[in-house]
Design a protein around this ligand. Sequence first.
Ligand code: UDP
Length: 390
Amino acid sequence: MSSLLACITLALQTINSFESMNTKPVLLTVTGARPQFIKSAAVTREVASSGWRQWLVHAGQHMDDGMGQDFLAELKVPMPDARLHPSQSGRTPRLADMMVGLAKQMDEVRPNAVMVYGDTDATLAGALAAHHAQVPLIHVEAGLRSGDRAMPEEHNRILTDQLSDLLCTTGPTATAQLIQEGVDPSRLTEVGDVMLDVALAAGNLAKARLPKGWPEPPSSVLVVTLHRPATADNPVKLKGALDALELWAERTGGWVYFPVHPRTKACLERFGLQLPNCVVDPGPIGYLDMQSALCHADCVLTDSGGVQKEAWFQGTPAVILRNTTEWTELLKIEASELFDPELLVDSNGVQALTGRLQLKRSVPSVVGSGLFGEGLAAQRIVAALDRFLG
Ligand code: UDP
């Protein structure tokens, strides 16, 4: 009799907890590309222990497992509840495919809020779909501006900020930008950088290991990531960048560790370009390997939005192969400098870039800089969610 009662009590408890789970407000989170899986890692964990239930949608911008699914496992982000498969090629048709898929998800799931990260096409597709479905929109990494209107990311950022109801900024520069653009301060919350949350959590582990395929010490190592169209899509500039790597290795006797992005790999093949012998290409690597490479590097050359900042987080200076950056703070504190890829069209430019790739100069510490928070961005985002929409 008593065991029957215990069974009934347990069944009732299970039903109650299921019902309370189902009465929690639902946050639909849109990811779709490698940097977004990383950014979502900290927030997803925090949301899981909050009063919100989350519904994760992978919008399918990066389909390759080395660029997507493997990251989720490594960063312990739960598998997506839904995965879209944009099937058309070309930016506009893919954006449309993602919007249609996300609109369908919003119709079925009926979320109380939608969260988007960063500045990719998946970000914009999520923002537009949320706006059409009249669901409150939260933008994580709001207020960044590079000033370069030729970059699709700049349009994605501006449009997403315009559509958002709650704008979570990474620090004072982004907050000031939005205020200057006339955004109502009640829509703003300065939370810090979610990438700093993840990088600080990975820091010690990254220092204690070497990434896969890392060249034998004690030689110097230059870590390189390149995938933006401004360099990768132009055979002359891409060749100029490779020549600079070769010249740097000749001068220093060092190695270049260059996890080649699939997009860049396709460009190299299309242009018939070979990586110089000084280059170790492990292919796209995992997040911890990347952090480890950045902290063991002597210098970093990158055109990535995330890697330029992570280099600083891991204490290594970077040369940004772009003529603008949305992370202008890095230039002010001299953690990074810009190098215009337009200059790579001749040997003077190649020489100039090589000269800028200095070995291990020191950079100011990120902790206490006040620029991107203290690694508590995810907690602050969830608190803001409760305040704003709870
Ligand atoms: N990343 C990685 N493995 C790689 C290259 C990049 O884990 O082989 C990570 C990197 O540490 C950063 C993010 O991917 O957190 C940046 O992605 P990407 O450069 O593709 O995009 P962007 O930041 O330019 O939008």
